[in-house]
Design a protein around this ligand. Sequence first.
Ligand code: ADP
Ligand code: MG
Length: 237
Amino acid sequence: MGRSVIRIKDVKKIYQMGKEQIQAVNGINLNIRQGEVCCLLGKSGSGKSTLLNLIAGLEKPSSGEIIFNKKHIERMNEDQLADFRQKYVGFVFQSYNLLPTLTAMENVTLPLIFKNVPLRERNERAMEMLKAVGLEERANHKPQEMSGGQQQRVSIARAFINSPQVVFADEPTGNLDTRTTFEMMDLITGLAKKNNQTLVIVTHDLELSDYADRIVMLSDGQVEQIEEKTKIEGEKE
Ligand code: ADP
Ligand code: MG
């Protein structure tokens, strides 16, 4: 762990709502390092999701720079952004975002379909991921036949199947009970640490920050404080 994978320089996002301007992200500077679990913590409305969407290439900043592996993602067009997301990032959402008509296995294979991986390899890799999240026995179940925790496991398997460099999770345990929350955090941080993948987790739940190497506290679209929980040796910025 050490090298910066994402550099965020004076990033702002302003939404125009009628006559009113909302400064959702208001001048953020932050480097995110390869292999770290970085927790974006803050109250509702503090700009966490907006910041996550900006650095994941889902939205464009109003100003500032976002550099991912030396590439400026704020300069990419929609096609380049789609390509970037497919190659480098995985997503976990609060509401799981599984396709309801597909089985667990089919949902997990989706990112591989877009990469033209042959069927047999897709299924083998999806089964491996389902095993890794403890769901091999639910491979043929559809989302509505599974509990919330199981659905989130499927979505975690889908996020990791491509071995993305960075996984972004927006309130991944927001719909889960306390016990399932800790199981899910153990799972997602365990998977990321195993392959030195970076994990950026948005949460308003202080307890989840126990899992973080670094906690970035946001308030009114700005970084209020950064807490280092894991000392990093020989870190290069
Ligand atoms: P958080 O995830 O910390 O709850 P958000 O990033 O979702 O916060 O929102 C930050 C601020 O930006 C809030 O005031 C919110 O209402 C506003 N906001 C977020 N998305 C939009 C949007 N698409 N249009 C207008 N305002 C938005
Ligand atoms: Mg949010």
